[in-house]
Design a protein around this ligand. Structure first.
Ligand code: XMP
Length: 537
């Protein structure tokens, strides 16, 4: 819920937090301009993995904004369009004249070729998937790399002739010119995707561009963000008071720890225990923050309040709305008791920033699963220390700050918690207890099998109005069924049901039936997303 609260009430300090980086940052940056490719985010992540900070901006971002960031290089991403299509995103020639090296990938390469007079045609056969690359002239991008490499392609248009002044570096099965460079103007192009794992030398090619061509300092790391953010937070907050809603998830936890490192006891965390968390989670959060990190923490036991408001409610969106509203109410009360701090910490991640406007200063509020009906009169200035980081980088920072492994690697958990996993029925204390016990068994066995980190989410669902017949001992039973849901995913937009080992499933099912008196049947959800969603409500 913590994220939801900030989403609903969010008052932006300014989306400029990300943009302000350029002026004060101590590390080199390479910008990726997004021409709509499926892998554009991945390019930025790979560049960061090479040790160079990278951000993704829309291809039409203003030239002045690019200049203002003083990047060491530009990467033009792939994209779905044909360069000849009527509405194809155009490459503005000024981008090639900024005096910094430019690397075009796939569509980006073709756009450079088109702009500078190369010959591109739609090939009779497209090249999708694995392909063999033959390097004919290593140039700077392939220096020291094998002349025969596997790479991954996804294109139909093909460069047949490099533009004047360029040297063709490589060809592939279907691409006469699969890479080219003009070292004088600092312009480079590759038809294949270096960012995907199916291109084994992809990272090497990227690294050659970043290091040898752009001359970047390759020492950026997620950990190095800590000092920078600490300074930034101090500058933003001064001696003001700051409040942070802790949810127990990794984002709000890491954000809170960073802010605490920066300004110590000017920060107060509020943890609202709505009674919809998993077993022991509330205690773990309180123990970590209060006892280990000595962060001022107000833990509010609001279970009764939430249950009372949820009484009789069965409709999922109503549940979400009530939980959102009640959360805000509790949070508001606590904020008032603390003298209404001016600043609110929010664990906004870089992927949220991209989704909501590409980091160009557009709205920065998470919209996904926003809880409706929240009052808009709660005014805070946001402190968002994670807005330049991807999720895995946030985990690295969390680890560096000493956050317990359990919190660092916690699977995503919805704000409304177990309430939306008691489906088609009312949330009651008894059902919560059943679901919590079932969930605990599932988590315990999945962890014991070493599978926890491989799964995006794993949880149980309790169909509230379903009972089925069973037989235990000599007695006929009429009990609840538990549904096991486990999925793999990269971003929750799509997901595949996880192929959990049969013996693990067997153990989980038999423990649930033996240990939870009201449960007499266990089932497995084998629906992927789409067409299913991850949650049942
Ligand atoms: P679905 O069920 O839409 O879920 O496939 C996608 C991801 O979003 C999470 N989820 C929520 N998170 N409040 C949240 O904070 C919600 O109301 C909510 N509903 C779904 C879900 O767990 C999955 O990770």
């Amino acid at each position: 819920m913590t994220d939801a609260i900030a989403q609903g009430t969010a008052v932006r300090d300014s989306g400029a937090a990300g943009n302000a980086i350029a002026a004060e940052r101590r590390h080199d940056e390479v910008l990726v301009l997004d021409f709509g490719g499926q892998y554009s985010q991945l390019i930025a992540r790979r560049v960061r993995e090479c040790g160079v900070f990278s951000e993704l901006l829309p291809h039409h971002v203003g030239i002045d904004e690019i200049r203002g960031r003083r990047p060491r290089g530009l990467i033009l991403s792939g994209g779905p369009a044909s360069v000849y299509a009527e509405n194809a995103p155009r490459l503005r020639p000024e981008l090639l004249e900024l005096g910094i090296p430019v690397l075009g990938i796939c569509y980006g390469m073709q756009a450079i070729a088109l702009e500078l007079g190369g010959r591109i045609e739609s090939a009779p056969v497209g090249e999708f998937g694995r392909s063999e690359l033959t390097v004919t002239e290593p140039g700077r991008l392939f220096a020291g790399l094998p002349t025969a490499q596997t790479c991954w392609m996804s294109h139909r248009d093909t460069v047949y002739e490099a533009p004047p002044g360029f040297t063709a570096l490589a060809s592939s099965t279907e691409s006469p010119v699969a890479a080219f460079e003009d070292g004088v103007r600092g312009l480079y192009g590759i038809q294949f995707h270096p960012e995907v794992v199916h291109t084994p030398y992809g990272t090497d090619v990227l690294r050659r561009f970043l290091d040898d061509v752009c001359g970047c300092d390759m020492r950026w790391s997620a950990e190095s963000v800590i000092d920078e953010q600490v300074e930034r937070i101090r500058a933003q907050v001064g001696d003001g008071r700051v409040i942070c809603g802790l949810s127990g998830g990794v984002d709000s936890s890491v954000a809170a720890l960073l802010v605490h490192r920066a300004i110590g006891d000017q920060l107060t965390c509020v943890f609202v225990d709505h009674g919809l968390m998993r077993k022991n989670e509330a205690d773990q959060v309180i123990a970590a923050f209060r006892d280990t990190f000595h962060v001022p923490l107000v833990a509010v036991d609001a279970q009764e309040r939430f249950l009372a408001r949820l009484a009789g409610v069965t409709e999922p969106e109503r549940k979400r709305k009530i939980i959102g509203e009640e959360f805000i109410r509790v949070f508001e009360e606590e904020a008032a008791k603390l003298g209404n701090p001016k600043f609110l910490v929010q664990g906004t991640l870089y992927s949220d920033v991209i989704e909501s406007g590409g980091g160009t200063g557009a709205a920065t509020i998470k919209s996904h699963h926003n809880v409706g009906g929240l009052p808009d009169d709660l005014k805070f200035e946001l402190v968002e220390p994670l807005r330049t980081l991807f999720k895995d980088e946030v985990r690295v920072v969390g680890q560096e700050l000493g956050l317990p492994e359990r919190l660092v690697w916690r699977q995503p958990f919805p704000g409304p918690g177990l309430a939306i996993r008691i489906v088609s029925g009312e949330v009651t204390a008894e059902r919560l207890a059943i679901l919590r016990d079932a969930d605990f068994i599932l988590q315990e066995e999945i962890r014991a099998a070493g599978l926890y980190r491989e799964l995006w989410q794993s949880f149980c669902v309790l169909p509230a109005d379903l009972r089925s017949v069973g037989v235990q001992g000599d007695e006929r039973t009429y009990g609840y069924a538990i549904v096991i849901r486990a999925v793999t995913s990269d971003d929750a937009m799509t997901a595949d049901w996880a192929r959990l080992p049969y013996d693990l499933l067997e153990r989980v099912a038999s423990r649930m039936i033996n240990e939870i008196q009201q449960v007499n049947r266990v089932t497995l959800d084998i629906t992927s997303k789409p067409p299913g969603t991850i949650e049942w409500e």
